[in-house]
Design a protein around this ligand. Structure first.
Ligand code: FES
Ligand SMILES: [Fe+2]
Length: 414
């Protein structure tokens, strides 16, 4: 028998240094803050770029555009089986090698559309038309410019810093350890959604970083599986704040009764509304007590990536800033390939429930950003269940130093 959960526990007691005061809204609306994020965050840290399953064969590639860094990166599997990353820039006069209409595919080499230079899958120069007319061209130094790439549990991460300050393993730290061992590779069936939103990327991230909104936003739909008499406001439990990353367990009501369709779907799999089943499919450190109230682990990897793991599926969010007031949101739901029609039905049901919840989640983002842009609200009022949001702004400011430098300037001017 596991001990009852204290749903009204205040997590700030574990993290008193975070403080309890209001948090400035300026990072969400300031173009200056956005510039600092470009230089000090997105150009410096490891960013999730994709999954190894996207590149099963030599020559498979995809392109990732990182607008905030004005960068475009090719990830490609070479003939030696190794995956590499390169700037999507021809080393003759800078043309984009892969254009927007062909962002994924399979190639034996990369060929530039401007003057025809071609590059092997390992980035080396393969051919230069009319080479004799160049003056002592050093082809060994004209290979595609590499981008640092590393893998964790089949996730491909890149780092635009030519000399990353730390390894991906060190960057992911304890959260990487905590999330290890989940059978990510077996969940190769990916459903994805993408939307460009008129909102700052943190407005989008924050909306997925707390369960305070569950009653209002999802109360008539999936939310009913996420609160109960014991936990009416859907408080998370097992909150962990790391140096840069953060996680919390989202509550699921073990007594929730699914709809008739949901009940049928539950007969064939661990659907997104069924609670308390399939816990042994999780690695031992995730939900170690095998609590039936476990819904999913809500994990935010700094700066712009989230992974949520639960029995039978995991899902991710990523937020790509286009400008201080525009963001691409990508939501992906990963399921194992269905083995029979029953499993397929169960998965489709589960996936549809999740998709609908995401539509509800994204519905308030643009309106929130519009409200912030008006300047009427200078500070967020954050409750204890919004501690992940609070932590996010603290970690970001540690990198950006916007307020720190402003205070220093003000002190110097006195
Ligand atoms: S810019 Fe690519 S071949 Fe000239
Ligand atoms: Fe939500």
């Amino acid at each position: 028998m596991t001990a009852p959960i204290d749903f009204d526990r205040l997590w700030i007691k574990d993290y008193p240094d975070l403080g309890t005061g209001p948090v400035s809204t300026e990072p969400c609306i300031s173009a200056e803050y956005f510039e600092a994020e470009r230089e000090r965050v997105f150009s410096k840290v490891w960013l999730k770029a994709g999954r190894v399953e996207q590149l099963p064969n030599p020559g498979d590639y995809f392109v990732l555009d990182i607008a905030i860094c004005k960068a475009s990166v090719i990830l490609v599997r070479g003939n030696d089986g190794q995956i590499r990353a390169f700037h999507n820039v021809c080393m003759h006069r800078g043309n984009k090698l892969i254009w927007d209409h062909e962002k994924t595919g399979n190639l034996r080499s990369f060929s530039c559309r401007f003057h025809g230079w071609s590059f092997a899958l390992d980035g080396s120069v393969r051919a230069v038309p009319d080479e004799k007319m160049f003056y002592s061209l050093d082809k060994d130094n004209c290979g595609l410019r590499p981008v640092a790439l590393d893998q964790w549990e089949g996730f491909l991460f890149i780092n635009l810093d030519p000399q990353p300050k730390e390894t991906l393993k060190a960057f992911l730290g304890d959260l990487g350890e905590h999330l290890s061992g989940y059978p990510y590779a077996e969940h190769s069936n990916c459903y994805s959604y993408r939307a460009e939103l008129n909102a700052n990327w943190k407005v989008c991230l924050d909306a997925f970083s707390e369960a305070y909104h569950v009653l209002m936003v999802h109360g008539q739909t999936v939310g009913q599986a996420n609160f109960s008499r014991e936990n009416p406001m859907s408080h998370c439990f097992d909150v962990q704040l790391y140096e840069r990353h953060r996680r919390a367990v989202v509550y699921g009501n073990p007594k929730f009764q699914p709809s008739p369709t949901g009940k049928v779907a539950a007969q064939f799999g661990y659907t997104s509304t069924v609670r308390g089943r399939g816990m042994d499919t999780l690695p031992p450190q995730i939900n170690p007590e095998r609590r039936p109230e476990y819904n999913f682990n809500l994990c935010a990897i700094f700066p712009n990536f989230m992974i949520q793991v639960r029995p039978g599926e995991y899902f991710t969010h990523q937020f790509w800033p286009l400008d201080h007031n525009r963001t691409i949101w990508e939501g992906r739901n990963y399921l194992p390939p269905a083995k029979n029609a029953g499993e397929r039905f169960s998965q489709e049901y589960s996936h549809t429930v999740r998709r609908n919840a995401w539509l509800e989640d994204t519905s308030a983002m643009e309106a929130t950003h519009a409200g912030l842009s008006s300047g009427a609200l200078r500070e967020f009022q954050l409750s204890d269940p919004e501690i992940l949001v609070r932590h996010g702004y603290k970690v970001l400011e540690d990198y950006v130093g916007f307020f720190r430098e402003r205070t220093a300037r003000a002190g110097a001017a006195r």
